[in-house]
Design a protein around this ligand. Structure first.
Ligand code: MOS
Length: 733
């Protein structure tokens, strides 16, 4: 059957765009119901110890306050760690909100006030008195450098002989980089609205990246049958990993709803958005040894990350140093230090954002030490195989990223010496870095069905966290079924739909998209069979001479509207549900996306202020389904990377064991005035190995490498190498 591509690859507007900008799109905390109760969390003010007593009498005296739940009076919940684990759990014993009197971190939820209005719940929360027995705490990673243990993750075995080759190398770099804690801070705070229905049946609107993950978690924690729990997330106002695990507002809202047999909403405050997962603080030592011509001979990447006392959070922090460049002698190490804090959590390009930052800064230092252009150094060390598993990449157009990005940026006009480019008192710096992220595919299911008017409804339980999933799935479905995108409705964000993985890891297009494509292709075959039965003029036309496009079946000179074929079907006949697995063809290959990021900074010589004037990000991510939404993903990633380089830092008062800047006034992220020119380029990358779509995902590659490119540009401008992030003006002066 001929496939006519119509909309995949086109910059379609978001199909949910109008709903979003007109306020019709409802988010988890916006669903109304008469009589809905509002809950508010009372958070711990100490970092470690026990709750001696909780006095809620004053709060309960207020008319309209319905309940104050805490560990001593809460309804029954599961007591087993395992029941609290979820699809993105770290190793260990997951946090169990209101479980017992133990205080594990500052900001821990200790009581839940339920009242007739939000204002009342908050006010009543302020009247709850908690008496603690405090214990000494430790929240400072740098104070426990001697109390670390190996990360339980599979850090790749060393290959070759690092020490020997490093010792003999003509050029060496040994540098240590520090990255701070960062919080996700999506615009939409975490919220759950739990609609209680007779017989303990719950319909829940939750801010999550995985409705089925939440459903499964609630099923285990509360012992409710799964069919009694429906979790919905039609719209999600950003997440970046913060919604990969069910956060504590969900079980707390459910606990209150089951206890009171009433509908309950719980939305966290912006400050409480700093009371669960985050990107962990790291310290990373990079040792690079190279021949005089820049060929890498030895790489060691030793990282330390922080974790909680109850779980060992790990991320792919050091692997990138064993795969981005060709090198035979590699040693990777990764250790963890437990602290009296909440467990870290995956945050956009988890591991790579911090790990590649260190590697790509070290590569810049190596280029300087070897007196080579940093781009030339990277070209010279290009790897077409993934050195960690020793197998080739399915595609890797990184050299094209270097070439096309450099041409667009004008890299050839760079003078290599630091402080050699200036405009008045503005020191000008040009920096470059590479990026890499994995291109995974997970098992996913989708259902496609035509109604008698020829309208196609396709569904899967995946979410759209702002990435454009509604839109790209509509495009994939339209092309695979041969209909117009306006004749397609894509449903998602509902645990009752066909199984889908968490939206994360940049694998939604490859995973859910493959299921959607296959379901719609099979559906199209059924339409053709139906057409042959009911339209005699095409009964004899061979399948390869039939094309589906834009709502019509074209067979030779015959053109039949798909709607009129579908109208001849019996009820339920044109419905296909399929489970898509990663293709076996992927097995012999390593799959990844790559990028090259070029940055120009202006540093004020007197004030030390840094302004990023231009960014060119050249990305190789296979086939781009929607250049508009994909560009937005990369733009967002670049902005995030600029923040990572220059602004973002969660600061802790280690005396109190408590986060200091838990609000958007003091937790600095880039604002409009911080952002100048950002250009996104997708280089051509053909890959028919990853999946039939040829698509690798763009959710995370955009942030990787950006902060390193900024840091390298700052060095080029000033001659000063800042290795502790973010690069604030006090460190530059
Ligand atoms: Mo992303 S950290 O996989 O949402």
């Amino acid at each position: 059957m001929t496939q006519t591509t119509n909309v995949v690859g086109k910059p379609l507007d978001r199909v949910d765009g109008v709903a979003k900008v007109t306020g019709k799109a409802r988010y988890a905390g916006e669903y109304p119901e008469a009589g809905l109760l509002h809950a508010s969390v009372v958070s711990s003010t100490i970092a470690r110890g026990r709750v001696r007593s909780i006095d809620a009498s004053q709060a309960l005296q207020l008319p309209g306050v319905v309940a104050v739940l805490h560990h001593a009076n809460r309804p029954r919940i599961s007591s087993y760690d395992d029941d609290y684990s979820d699809a993105d759990s770290a190793e260990g014993s997951p946090f169990r909100p209101l479980f017992n009197d133990r205080v594990l971190y500052s900001g821990q939820p200790l009581a839940l006030v339920v009242a007739e209005s939000l204002e009342l719940a908050r006010h009543a929360g302020a009247l709850v008195r908690i008496d603690y027995s405090e214990e000494p705490h430790q929240t400072d990673l740098f104070a426990v450098l001697d109390h670390t243990h190996p990360a339980p993750a599979q850090t790749p075995e060393p290959r070759g002989d690092f020490a020997g080759h490093y010792a003999q190398a003509a050029v060496r770099v040994d540098a240590t980089y520090d990255t701070p804690i960062e919080h996700h801070n999506p615009m939409e705070p975490h919220a759950s609205t739990v609609f209680y229905k007779a017989g303990d049946s719950l319909e829940i609107h939750d801010k999550t990246q995985g409705t089925q993950n939440c459903q499964d978690y609630l099923h285990k924690v509360f012992g409710l049958p799964k069919q009694n729990i429906r979790v919905l997330a039609a719209f999600v106002g950003g997440a970046f990993g913060s919604g990969l695990r069910p956060q504590y507002q969900l079980p707390l809202a459910v606990m209150a709803a089951l206890h009171l047999k009433r509908s309950v909403r719980l939305a966290l405050t912006r400050q409480q958005m700093f009371t669960f997962g985050y990107r962990p603080r790291t310290q990373q030592r990079l040792r690079l040894g190279a021949a005089a011509d820049g060929k890498l001979l030895a790489i060691a990447h030793d990282a330390l990350g922080q974790t909680s006392r109850f779980e060992d959070f790990t991320e792919h922090l050091v692997e990138w140093s064993g795969m981005l460049y060709r090198c035979d002698n590699v040693a990777l190490g990764y250790r963890l230090a437990p602290l009296d804090v909440y467990t870290p959590l995956d945050m956009r390009a988890p591991g790579a954002a911090s790990g590649v930052l260190a590697l790509e800064c070290a590569m810049d230092e190596l280029a300087c030490a070897a007196n080579l252009d940093p781009l030339q150094l990277r070209r010279r060390n290009f790897a077409s195989d993934n050195g960690i598993d020793g197998i080739p990449y399915s595609s890797k157009e990184l050299l094209a990223c270097y070439d096309q990005g450099a041409a667009r940026f004008g890299w050839g006009k760079r003078t290599p010496k630091p402080r050699s480019m200036r405009e008045g008192n503005q020191l000008i710096g040009w920096g470059v870095a590479g990026g890499v992220w994995e291109a995974l595919q997970m098992k996913a299911s989708a259902k496609a069905c035509f109604d008698s008017c020829g309208h196609l409804t396709v569904s899967s339980a995946t979410t759209d966290i702002g990435t454009g999933t509604y839109t790209v799935m509509t495009q994939i479905a339209a092309d695979a079924a041969g209909v117009l995108p306006e004749d397609v409705t894509f449903l998602l964000g509902d645990s009752s739909l066909p199984t889908a993985p968490l939206q994360g890891g940049s694998f939604t297009v490859s995973s859910v998209g493959s299921a959607v494509q296959q379901a719609c292709q099979i559906l199209r075959t059924k339409v053709l069979e139906l057409a042959r039965q009911n339209f005699p003029e095409i009964a004899a036309t061979p399948a390869e001479n039939v094309a589906f496009a834009q709502g019509y079946l074209q067979a030779g000179k015959h053109r039949i509207a798909i709607a009129s074929i579908v109208a001849t079907a019996k009820d339920g006949e044109l419905q296909v549900q399929i489970d898509a697995e990663p293709g076996a063809g992927r097995q012999p290959f390593s799959t990844a996306t790559h990028s090259a990021v070029f940055v120009e900074v202006h540093v004020d010589e007197d004030l030390g202020t840094i302004k990023v004037m231009r960014v060119v990000s050249a990305v190789a991510a296979g086939r781009v389904v929607n250049p508009k939404t994909a560009r937005s993903q990369i733009l967002g990633g670049v902005v995030w990377g600029l923040g990572m380089a220059l602004q973002e830092e969660t600061q802790t008062d280690h005396e109190l064991g408590r986060i200091l800047n838990h609000n958007l006034a003091e937790y600095h992220i880039p604002v409009h005035a911080d952002i100048a020119d950002i250009e996104v380029m997708f280089v051509e990358e053909h890959d028919d190995i990853v999946n039939d779509l040829g698509s690798k995902g763009v959710g995370e590659i955009g942030v990787v490498g950006v902060a390193a490119a900024v840091a390298n540009a700052v060095y080029h401008a000033t001659g000063k190498r800042v290795r502790a992030f973010p690069i604030t003006l006090d460190k530059v002066l």
